[in-house]
Design a protein around this ligand. Structure first.
Ligand code: MLZ
Length: 265
């Protein structure tokens, strides 16, 4: 695994403790990621959470998928865990009597949506239902304590997972601070956020854990720069890794329900 950051050494050096795995809304054994690039699924539109859209897997990284909504642009990709409740197999929406919606920022006239949908799905590979894992339940209480170390998604660069420290606790909220970075990337979130993971998560999933920022930058706002001296391997490298070996289950091919009627160009 291309994971260069040594947590054991770092915890010793910093004299800190990691937050126990049971504190997180994550599976103790991370879910396996069986998705393949190009497969289609249904996803909640992150910019319009009331609608469910068709999405394509652009890349896989650890237990996460890089997703793009069909009919949208390539500037609004988002990342979801394979056990996220925001994703489901194609067909789920219809089974529940709902309609798949065009994404926010649909590039064409809305009147073209039904035909676009048919065309985007026809002949495409749909991710099989068994690839979607059940979302783990929330731990009953917020047990996090200030100073505990975790791995957290950098919400400003959501493809990155970075070493972080609990900087504050307030009711069911926790303050996520990124090691070696000034406050720029910090955020508050609920203790059961899906964006935080126990120490060792990336190592288990094969996702890339970023190294902490340079200690010189730590808690200093004196300089505008937020870049550390050295910058390690980024998640993008793993996303571009070779496609996995062949024996995994293949997707289901969507067939046009209008059967042999031609789809107008
Ligand atoms: N492009 C940014 C990445 C910062 C990542 C920080 N993560 C906590 C920079 O180099 O400034």
């Amino acid at each position: 695994q291309s994971n260069h950051f040594d947590w054991d050494k770092y915890l010793k050096e910093t004299g800190s403790v990691s937050a126990p795995s049971e504190y997180f809304r994550q599976s103790l054994t991370p879910p396996t990621n069986e998705f393949q690039v190009g497969m289609k699924l249904e996803a909640r539109d992150p910019r319009n959470i009331g609608s469910v859209c068709v999405a394509s897997v652009i890349a896989t990284t650890g237990a996460r998928l890089r997703l793009r909504l069909d009919g949208s642009d390539n500037k609004n990709d988002f990342w979801r865990l394979v056990d996220s409740s925001d994703i489901q197999p194609v067909g789920t929406c219809e089974q529940e009597g709902d309609l798949l919606q065009p994404p926010l920022g649909y590039r064409m006239n809305v009147s073209s949506w039904p035909m676009f949908l048919l065309r985007t799905l026809t002949g495409s590979e749909l991710a099989p239902a068994v690839f979607f894992k059940k979302e783990p339940p929330s731990p009953p209480l917020n047990n996090f304590k200030v100073g505990m170390k975790i791995e957290a998604v950098d919400r400003k660069n959501p493809f990155l997972i970075c070493p972080a420290t609990i900087g504050g606790v307030k009711g069911d909220q926790i303050h996520i601070t990124f090691d070696g970075w000034s406050g720029t990337f910090d955020y508050w979130c609920k203790y059961d956020s899906r964006d935080i993971f126990p120490v060792g998560w990336c190592c288990l999933t094969g996702d890339v854990l970023q190294p902490p920022g340079s200690s010189a930058e730590k808690k200093s706002k004196s300089r505008g720069a937020t870049r550390p001296w050295k910058y390690g391997a980024t998640a993008l490298e793993s996303e571009e890794a070779a496609p996995e070996a062949a024996e995994k289950p293949k997707g289901i091919v969507f067939t046009n329900p209008l059967e042999d009627e031609d789809i107008p160009v």
